[in-house]
Design a protein around this ligand. Structure first.
Ligand SMILES: Nc1ncnc2c1ncn2[C@@H]1O[C@H](COP(=O)(O)OP(=O)(O)O)[C@@H](O)[C@H]1O
Ligand SMILES: Nc1ccn([C@H]2C[C@H](O)[C@@H](COP(=O)(O)OP(=O)(O)O)O2)c(=O)n1
Length: 236
């Protein structure tokens, strides 16, 4: 195990690991596992899009009115804590970690994420957090456009997928026994919007390593990603 956090602040080799993929493919759990194992920070960009959506809903904004969403985008103060053992997310100082996982936010997050002004605002926040993570030895960042847009020069890029049914089973179990058919329909609907939007759609980034996690346990996937990081770090 290596601890990159002890490296000097200006380390030019400080690491960004970009992890993208569709809903329920294992991005959050894998990213947290890799970051914890390697002593890196962790950023869940999906939580930031969810936090922005939570703010829009609470402000009574019609999330399908892109102009209305764009108009209010600068008002939400979103802060992400990057400890992989206890990541946090607040909006205007309110802990929204639980609230952003609710059905209302899940059902509205894709249209909000498709608004270019939302993406521009969150991209700026993400780059600041990533720069800070790099100063502290490195960061694992997960989302939909990390390897393609947010950090296209990341030295390690991973694209996680899993069969739709496996993803639905995992998510339904996580939610404490939600209906698997409805969960699968919801995540496929979100995948469709996330992959089809004009700005920063979900794509496999150039240079990304594809891991289909369907047959693997979480620990096995973490092992595979850690091996990719260690291969990049090994002297030539
Ligand atoms: N390789 C895996 N095998 C089995 N379950 C997994 C695997 N990876 C993740 N999970 C579980 O699947 C659920 C969804 O994973 P998550 O990391 O939240 O996915 P994502 O961030 O891509 O939406 C979680 O309950 C997680 O524990
Ligand atoms: N980098 C990102 C991350 C998430 N999003 C959007 C698209 C996703 O449907 C939502 C929610 O992301 P999240 O990672 O929480 O989704 P899951 O429920 O884990 O599948 O945010 C995005 O557009 N770009």
């Amino acid at each position: 195990m290596s601890d990159r956090a002890s490296r000097p602040a200006a380390d030019p080799h400080a690491l960004v690991v970009a992890i993208d993929g569709p809903s329920g493919s294992g991005k959050s759990s894998t990213s947290r596992g890799v970051a914890a194992r390697l002593g890196l920070r962790y950023l869940d960009t999906g939580a930031m899009y969810r936090a922005m959506t939570w703010w829009m809903l609470r402000a009574g904004i019609d999330v399908h009115d892109a102009g209305a969403v764009a108009h209010r985008v600068d008002e939400a103060r979103i802060e992400s804590g990057t400890d992989p053992l206890g990541p946090t997310i607040t909006v205007d100082g309110v802990d929204v970690a639980e609230a952003i996982r609710g059905e209302d936010v899940t059902g509205s997050v894709s249209p909000v994420s498709a608004v270019p002004e939302v993406r521009a605002r969150l991209l700026q926040l993400q780059r600041d957090i990533i720069a800070d993570g790099v100063r502290h030895g490195g960061i694992v960042v997960e989302g939909r456009d990390i390897g393609s847009v947010v950090v296209p020069d990341a030295p390690v890029k991973v694209y996680l997928t899993a069969d739709a049914n496996a993803r639905a089973l995992r998510r339904a179990a996580e939610e404490g026994g939600s209906d698997v058919t409805a969960t699968e329909a919801s995540l496929l609907a979100r995948d469709k919007i996330d992959s089809g939007r004009a700005v920063s759609p979900l794509v496999m980034a150039e240079g990304a390593v594809h891991i289909d996690t369907t047959p693997y346990s979480l620990v096995e996937v973490v092992d595979q990603v850690v091996a990719l990081v260690e291969a990049v770090e090994a002297p030539a």
